[in-house]
Design a protein around this ligand. Structure first.
Ligand SMILES: Cc1cc2nc3c(=O)[nH]c(=O)nc-3n(C[C@H](O)[C@H](O)[C@H](O)COP(=O)(O)OP(=O)(O)OC[C@H]3O[C@@H](n4cnc5c(N)ncnc54)[C@H](O)[C@@H]3O)c2cc1C
Length: 384
């Protein structure tokens, strides 16, 4: 991977990996078991400026390029997918606001998000609207004077909502898709924790219940009508970059754990790594790791260069690495045998977390639908 990076990116990656080795890897199993990430860990991400990695320095961020943001997600993904989820949604909210917020909104909200004084959550999915966002039913109504909005509705599966301070909520205003910021302490907002997920168990998911929640009209982000076509896609682009790299980190974890085990575990007269069938599994894992890394770099270079193909490349990277992570985690458990099935081995957690990567930020099938359509359209066929 090193040859793809500038010296500064390579040194940031080493810094991120050291942070994870010391502060994340030893504790990730415990967080998973307890279904909670201690606030002190999120504070230490904030203190290092990681939660504002991609935001410009003018707003208190680090102004890092997309590749460096990706490397941070890769390093965190090796340690804990749930913790990476905090960075994922923080960047989704921040980058949507950076792109579509007014000067005043950016001045008010971006500095606390950049420094981690405020944790954001991205409130898009509803019980009846996941992949099909056109079915959103959360309703925003203008109060009689027009200075406030009243929110009514229900969001589900919202990462970090258990502890977030600020929600970017999507709904409908006069039937048009709209997005607005809702502070956690807004009266009428109920937060109901979701426990016992298969993976991402410490990511603080919750349902949100809005009952006549009143927010100032100036909290609307972007023009009504543009929330799903403009605001959400910016957040989702960063969500996919984050998830693609996080899956790559998990894949690296599977690979590193598997080669170490295969070299050390004695079986018959040799080691597990002497067995041809095990070598096949490891060969595929190592190749997926290399291919996934190239796709992730390709996506972030396009993002950094503001190329129109950034969208397609990011979809491709997220699609590939999430599927490869599921394969690698399954094979990593297989290589360890019974030891891989126990909570004392990180690969059992990787196995549960990897599957989530195929569902968040657009499912694998949604990625196939969009990518397949784009590829066919290139030939001017019926997908156009
Ligand atoms: C751990 C976790 C964290 C999450 N965090 C957030 C968050 O922070 N914010 C947020 O808003 N949401 C979040 N979500 C929700 C997530 O974005 C949705 O689960 C996802 O968009 C899929 O929606 P759904 O679960 O309603 O499935 P559905 O959309 O109901 O899909 C059901 C099945 O139909 C398939 N399908 C759907 N559409 C198509 C299509 N066009 N072609 C082919 N197949 C299709 C899907 O692939 C799936 O297999 C999170 C989910 C999880 C599990």
């Amino acid at each position: 991977m090193r040859r793809l990076l500038t010296d500064s990116q390579a040194s940031r990656h080493e810094e991120f990996k050291s942070f994870v080795k010391l502060n994340v890897e030893p504790f990730a199993e415990q967080w998973d078991r307890e279904q909670e990430i201690p606030r002190s860990v999120i504070s230490s991400l904030a203190q290092r400026g990681y939660l504002g990695c991609s935001l410009p320095a003018d707003y208190g961020g680090q102004g890092s390029d997309a590749v460096t943001f990706g490397l941070l997600n890769e390093a965190l993904g090796r340690g804990s997918s749930a913790l990476t989820g905090v960075l994922t949604v923080q960047s989704m909210v921040s980058m949507a606001l950076l792109k579509w917020g007014t000067a005043e909104q950016k001045r008010s909200w971006l500095p606390p998000l950049a420094t981690g004084k405020m944790i954001g959550a991205f409130g898009l999915t509803e019980p009846g609207a996941g992949s099909d966002l056109q079915s959103l039913t959360t309703e925003f109504t203008r109060t009689s004077g027009g200075e406030s909005l009243l929110l009514n509705g229900h969001k589900k599966w919202i990462s970090c909502a258990q502890f977030a301070d600020l929600f970017l909520v999507f709904g409908r205003l006069e039937r048009r898709p709209a997005a607005c910021l809702v502070p956690r302490n807004a009266p009428g907002l109920g937060v109901e924790p979701i426990c016992d997920l298969m993976g991402f168990r410490a990511a603080g998911l919750a349902q949100l219940h809005f009952e006549d929640v009143e927010v100032p009209s100036e909290n609307l982000i972007g023009k009504p009508g543009f929330a799903l076509s403009h605001v959400a896609p910016v957040g989702l682009q960063y969500g996919r970059i984050s998830t693609a790299w996080s899956a790559l980190g998990l894949l690296r974890g599977c690979f590193e754990e598997s080669i170490a085990y295969a070299a050390a575990r004695r079986i018959g007269g040799g080691t597990v790594g002497d067995l041809g069938m095990i070598r096949s599994l490891i060969a595929r894992m190592g190749t997926d790791l290399e291919a996934g890394s190239l796709l992730c770099h390709n996506a972030c270079r396009a993002e950094d260069d503001h190329l129109p193909e950034a969208f397609e490349r990011t979809l491709t990277a997220k699609y590939f690495t999430s599927k490869a992570a599921v394969r690698a985690a399954s094979d990593a458990v297989q290589i360890r045998g019974a030891a891989g099935c126990h909570g004392s081995s990180p690969v059992s957690r990787y196995y549960r977390d990897a599957k989530i990567m195929e569902i968040i930020e657009g499912t694998t099938q949604v990625h196939e639908d969009i990518l397949g359509k784009m590829f066919v359209a290139r030939a001017g066929g019926p997908g156009k």
